[in-house]
Design a protein around this ligand. Structure first.
Ligand code: SF4
Ligand code: SF4
Length: 405
């Protein structure tokens, strides 16, 4: 799932596509049946035509980029902006976009045990990209067989494609104040996939009602206060962007708010009343590999590159890279000390990557301030590392850690 990276204006009515739509009504129902048979949860169809889309969406997206709110995704989004709004670049002559929702497992309830880090609910199992790519390719082959001469292309969310905009157009939900698509009957814990085709299919009716009403639960619950306004996210402050996309150090003021998250964040979905009855998923490959708990933070700090790739082979966590996961594990331990991870945290002061060493120094500084046996050990380790540390940024982190309190 890509980070929450764009804002949406209130929906407006979109005109219907012209073309031979009536003949395909039965085909859409058969396509829906096949999609469900393949494992997709819900399906809707949108027109691919630019004229059928809301120009305010693009204007808002541009303004959001220009305000510098795209955070770590800025370069990629700017570089792919044209393709993002023009699916013709992915399938020439595309006329319809079949949007497919796949429910994923729900976040585990309750608190994480000490020493464990949280990961977003969609990322606990195998990387969903492979599963969804396989399914959408099967669905495309089915459609090409049923409508000879048509062309299709499956798009999973790693491509520059505005899947939430098309998801809304396809009737799969409305845009919540948390910037996510929310299905009134299934909530927001789902993944989106698209099947582009040059067939003109009958399109769905978008949900034009703002079902958020006066609720502001997500805006208030966001740990980093990342929402500039309802439906406007500062991606540079979002824990999803910070833990998955951002390379380099995490800004010091944000570190306490990152809490125990080491990959993604579910908070603005967990508090949403529309997720009270979210169905979750029994799909075996999406079930959390770590069971109901989180990831052991000490272990995450101990992995070298080869160990990291082996441990997370086939998992979405590879995207954050070893350095990013170790950095986030250190921050999580700084926020919630655990004596069981002390040895690994102190050993990580010698990590090859200065970004990890800096985060570890910050975490040990928090332990030092808390005092006690852990605090004394942290202070001694920081002082020892300062004698050999030659990275200027890490030296600053250690100085700050030793001066804090
Ligand atoms: S609650 Fe979490 S995922 Fe939602 S905007 Fe805030 S930091 Fe990002
Ligand atoms: S928590 Fe409330 S305001 Fe936020 S998306 Fe859900 S219903 Fe809308």
């Amino acid at each position: 799932m890509p980070p929450r990276v764009f804002q949406m204006p209130p929906p407006h009515p979109n005109p219907r596509p012209s073309g031979p739509v009536a003949d395909h009504a039965g085909l859409v129902e058969a396509l829906r049946d096949e999609a469900v048979r393949l494992g997709f949860s819900r399906m809707g169809v949108a027109s691919a035509a630019a004229a059928d889309r809301d120009p305010r969406v693009h204007a808002a997206f541009r303004a959001w980029l220009e305000q510098g709110l795209a955070g770590p995704m800025t370069d990629w989004l700017v570089g792919h902006e044209f393709l993002r709004h023009n699916p013709d670049g992915m399938l020439q002559g595309v006329r319809s976009v079949v949007m497919l929702a796949t429910d994923h497992p729900l976040p585990p309830p309750g608190e994480m045990p000490p020493g464990e880090g949280r990961i977003a609910a969609y990322a606990g199992g195998d990387d969903y990209h492979g599963l969804l790519r396989h399914r959408v390719n099967l669905l495309g082959a089915w459609l090409e067989a049923r409508a000879p001469g048509c062309r299709t292309r499956g798009v999973v969310d790693s491509a520059p494609f505005s899947e939430r905009e098309f998801g809304w157009l396809a009737g799969l939900g409305w845009f919540g104040k948390n910037c996510l698509l929310i299905d009134p009957s299934a909530g927001s814990f789902f993944l989106l996939t698209a099947l582009l085709t040059d067939l003109v299919l009958p399109v769905a009716e978008p949900i034009r009602v703002d079902h958020c009403g006066t609720c502001t639960a997500c805006l208030e619950a966001c740990p980093t206060q990342a929402f500039v306004a309802p439906r406007v996210l500062d991606a540079g402050k979002c824990i999803s962007g910070i833990t998955i996309e951002q390379r380099g150090p995490v800004a010091e003021p944000l570190r306490p708010s990152v809490g125990e998250w080491v990959f993604g964040c579910d908070v603005c979905q967990q508090v949403c009343p529309w997720n009270r009855h979210a169905p979750g998923s029994g799909e075996p490959t999406l079930q959390p590999r770590a069971g109901a708990g989180g990831l052991p933070l000490g272990e995450l700090l101990s992995l070298d590159e080869a160990g990291f790739r082996h441990r997370f082979r086939g998992s979405a966590l590879l995207r954050a890279k070893r350095s990013g996961i170790a950095r986030s594990a250190a921050i999580a331990l700084g926020n919630r000390p655990d004596s069981g991870a002390a040895e690994a945290l102190i050993a990580a002061l010698d990590d090859d990557d200065p970004v990890v060493r800096g985060a570890v120094a910050w975490a040990l500084g928090r332990w030092r301030c808390a005092g006690g046996e852990l605090g004394a050990g942290a202070e001694a380790a920081l002082a020892a590392r300062l004698r050999s540390e030659d990275d200027i940024g890490v030296r600053r982190e250690i100085d700050a850690a030793l001066a804090a309190g």
